[in-house]
Ligand binder design. Structure first.
Ligand code: ATP
Ligand code: MG
Length: 475
């Protein structure tokens, strides 16, 4: 680990009396970890989105911790800790309620070994570093603040404190460099700007324009995970509107934006906005947003025209017309086979649902299907509101839960090789999102883990397996 005397710029230190972060608002388990690190002579910093949200008076989704203890030392300190990751190891601390808190050793800035393979960026780095190096590797300045448990001060190496006060989204360091290093950061910048209602700082905005096409080099699985996260965020409409306005939607889902130019009663863009709005309303009611429901909203301008051709005629599942309409859209943002299969099941039930609604009766052969409740949700999301629809949904939701078990995704033989690499800093975000699905929500609604800057973790390995299984045969 580099000597800290080498650090060039001293950080701004914001005294506890000058900021809003209070221990009362920090998840008690995260606090215990911080104190234990301190007791054992290590540094314990709360980092990332947790600090940002606490400073803004919001409730963080997760509490990530950074320290100078190595993963092995962490493992010894925390019996419930598991080392995950290959390129960059970090430790997940597990709790009985399913909560996971991520503790990472400070990461170095050492220019990672950046390779481009098949047009996709791959990074290799496994070097631990100093707090300042760790801060300089982060994406946005507002995500680069540290809360120090030893002094209760905020330590700011990147100017994030001022940017939070000014409501600015700014990349750490040179934005062009940052985006080239990890194009997914472009989406993250837009996400945080729309989520927080922040302005995008000028240089960052310029780089978003000049580097836009770099997004095509981002790993497809990470893009998808980012999309799922935003679809389920409760702010999907403003986010995707901004992706549309900035040209990213057209780059990533060209066949979707092509519908915006078509004529018709429920035109593409309006349909998308309406569907996302309904998704956000659902989130506001505290209802879950599954991958399939999110995809159905995002792809609604392609799906709804197909539903209009079915005419309530179906007695049999009929996914084919949907598959045909959606496959071109799923080329650049590829959906895991499991989600795709579920989507075909759910959409394939559309004709049967229409018929059942007309007859005001739902056959058991439909309601017992594992996908029936989700099919009802999608039906609700994409149908024109009516009293008839409400009555039908009520009927459908009053039935006993499906008796059919969802099928296990088919296993395909493993192929050799390492599979495709991921872009970014060791695939940040993607592993986290995969894990987030596995991790149960903590009853306190507190420190459920979502994702981190590192995370080529256990989730990464699972994902690699899945990718191998699905490669060449997606969707
Ligand atoms: P959210 O509220 O959505 O969880 P977040 O900022 O906490 O937002 P995470 O994905 O949980 O986002 O990541 C945690 C932290 O890791 C970020 O705050 C940021 O410091 C860092 N990070 C995440 N992704 C990247 C990235 N692609 N490049 C650099 N740093 C990243
Ligand atoms: Mg987070």
């Amino acid at each position: 680990m580099a000597d800290e005397a080498e650090e060039v710029e001293p950080p701004r230190v914001v005294d506890r009396s000058e900021h809003e972060v209070s221990r009362r608002d920090i998840d008690p388990d995260a606090l215990k970890i911080l104190y234990r690190l301190q007791d054992k002579g290590f540094r314990g910093y709360l980092v990332g989105g947790g600090v940002r949200d606490l400073m803004l008076g919001l409730r963080p989704k997760d509490f990530d911790i950074a320290t100078d203890a190595s993963p092995r030392q962490l493992k010894r300190l925390f019996g419930n800790g598991r080392i995950i990751g290959r390129r960059f190891q970090l430790v997940h601390i597990h709790y009985p309620n399913g909560k996971i808190i991520e503790v990472a050793t400070f990461r170095s800035t050492g220019e990672s070994d950046r390779v481009e393979r098949n047009g996709e960026l791959i990074h290799r780095d496994n070097v631990f570093g100093t707090p300042s190096e760790d801060a300089l590797r982060r994406d946005l300045t507002i995500n680069g603040l540290f809360y120090d448990i030893a002094t209760f001060a905020i330590i700011d190496y990147v100017g994030g404190f001022q940017d939070l006060e000014d409501g600015l989204v700014r990349m750490v360091g040179d934005p062009v460099h940052s985006f080239r290093e990890d194009p997914v950061r472009m989406l993250r910048a837009i996400r945080h700007a729309t989520r927080l209602g922040f302005e995008i700082e000028r240089e960052t905005r310029r780089a978003l324009e000049s580097e836009r096409e770099e997004i095509l080099k981002a790993n497809e699985a990470r893009l998808l995970e980012e999309f799922y996260k935003d679809l389920a965020s409760g702010r999907s409409r403003p986010y995707f509107e901004e992706l549309d306005a900035t040209g990213f939607l057209e780059l990533l889902l060209p066949s979707l934006t092509a519908t915006f130019r078509r004529r018709g009663a429920r035109r593409g863009r309006a349909l998308l906005q309406e569907s996302l709005e309904r998704l956000d309303e659902r989130h506001a009611r505290g209802e879950e947003i599954s991958h399939v429901l999110g995809l159905a909203a995002l792809l609604s301008p392609l799906i709804v025209p197909v539903t209009e051709t079915l005419g309530g005629s179906g007695n049999e599942p009929n996914p084919e017309p949907f598959r045909e309409a959606l496959m071109p859209a799923l080329e650049r943002v590829r959906v895991y086979r499991r989600d795709a299969e579920r989507l075909w099941h759910v959409l394939g039930a559309w004709g049967r649902l229409e018929r059942a609604m007309e007859r005001e009766s739902i056959p058991k052969s439909l309601s017992r299907r594992h996908y029936f409740p989700e099919a009802l949700d999608v039906f609700e999301l994409l149908s024109e509101p009516s009293d008839e629809l409400d009555a039908f949904l009520e009927l459908g939701r009053s039935l006993p839960p499906p008796t059919e078990e969802p099928p296990e995704p088919k296993r395909r033989p493993r192929r050799g090789g390492r599979g495709r690499g991921r872009g970014g800093r060791g695939g940040e975000g993607s592993g986290g999102a995969a894990r987030a699905r596995g991790a149960a929500r903590s009853p306190a609604g507190g420190a459920e883990r979502t994702s981190s800057q590192e995370s080529d973790g256990g989730g990464g390995r699972r994902r690699r397996r899945r990718r191998r299984r699905t490669s060449g045969k997606r969707s």
